[in-house]
Design a protein around this ligand. Structure first.
Ligand code: SF4
Ligand code: SF4
Length: 336
């Protein structure tokens, strides 16, 4: 037996959450041609993935790892420094219709935010978030989840998964207690089964790419693929798994201010620039190499999973048509 919910009842569920004060984040049309994960004001604003777009232009990491976040406030009184904890938003939030490659990133990021330091901010946001994923029914030329261990129905990071039955109904599979609680009493039993979508064709042999990375540090490919890179950082900012941030003090008045964290990117020249002016990663080729090494060698060697879900956002949004997939394609071509 399957658990079934109609699209109309799902929208009612969203409206009920909104009226009870829960924040609902879902793919939403923010301007013609642009769908982003955004807060909804009504269930009808939700644009299920696969209707107008394959997936939103931004990434889901924003719900647990905001672009900008206060760590604490400070005051100066003579030689006395006062500190006040940041007040974190406690509002419960539900993500409706996440792409599986985005939800999976939340599980991947768990490792780095619980490594040598337990990140209370990440935990706080994760605890207040329930993720409902919509299994994919189509892919575009940038998707490559199946090459990096993912799939259109990847369950990692999801509390519940929806499968479009193609007739205005979804099969609901609850995966955690949060998912069960969200859908309790909202579904009916039925026998319908979704059409299975196999996902994008497997394009890369990541193990062969990893072998290349072991010895290819000085290879000319890094310069060749990166000549067109303008170092804008879009690839990292829209990537669900990139997680670098910088900590800075922002002064409000002469005696008060906040210590905050802001997203950063290894594709920026200033990311590694020393105070002396020396930069150990002096050009985009070296920065691109670092991004690929981190995603396919350093992170998996340390934490056991690729730092990439194959969502394709980096190449889909790169202004010069670069991103991880074209780089992996260039390495694969070189290995033939
Ligand atoms: S690869 Fe593309 S998106 Fe990334 S920094 Fe270079 S130009 Fe920007
Ligand atoms: S590196 Fe590119 S394809 Fe991989 S998760 Fe990040 S945005 Fe998606």
């Amino acid at each position: 037996m399957s658990q079934i919910i109609t699209h109309a009842d799902l929208l009612k569920l969203v409206d009920g959450l909104l009226s009870s004060g829960t924040k609902v984040i879902a793919p939403k049309l923010v301007k013609p041609g642009t769908v982003l994960y955004e807060s909804l004001t009504a269930g009808t604003e939700w644009v299920p993935n696969g209707t107008d777009v394959v997936r939103p232009g931004n990434s889901l990491k924003e719900v647990v790892f905001p672009k900008h976040e206060k760590i604490y406030g400070y005051t100066l009184e003579g030689k006395t420094i006062g500190m006040t904890d940041a007040v974190l938003d406690d509002t419960p939030q539900v993500v409706m219709g996440a792409a599986p490659c985005d939800a999976a990133s939340l599980a991947i990021l768990d490792a780095v935010f619980h490594w040598d330091y337990q990140d209370e901010f990440f935990d706080h946001h994760k605890a207040r978030t329930t993720v409902v994923t919509l299994a994919c029914q189509k892919a575009d030329g940038h998707c490559f989840c199946t090459s990096v261990g993912g799939s259109p129905k990847d369950e990692r990071g999801s509390d519940a998964m929806l499968f479009d039955l193609g007739d205005g109904r979804y099969e609901v599979r609850c995966l955690t207690e949060k998912g069960k609680s969200l859908f309790a009493g909202k579904t009916t039993e039925g026998n319908a089964k979704p059409t299975e979508f196999a996902g994008p064709e497997k394009t890369f042999d990541v193990e062969k790419i990893r072998q290349f990375l072991e010895t290819g540090f000085a290879d000319s490919i890094w310069q060749e693929v990166s000549l067109r890179c303008i170092g804008c950082g879009t690839c990292a900012y829209l990537c669900p798994t990139c997680h670098c941030f910088d900590i800075v003090d922002e002064r409000a008045t002469r005696t008060t201010g906040n210590r905050v964290k802001n997203w950063d990117s290894c594709q920026f020249g200033l990311f590694t620039q020393h105070a002396s002016g020396h930069n150990p990663r002096a050009d985009q080729g070296q920065r691109q190499r670092q991004r690929i090494l981190h995603k396919f060698m350093i992170y998996p060697d340390k934490f056991g999973s690729f730092l990439c879900t194959g969502c394709g956002n980096c190449s889909r949004r790169c202004p010069v048509g670069l991103g991880v997939k074209p780089v992996l394609a260039a390495i694969t071509a070189k290995l033939k």
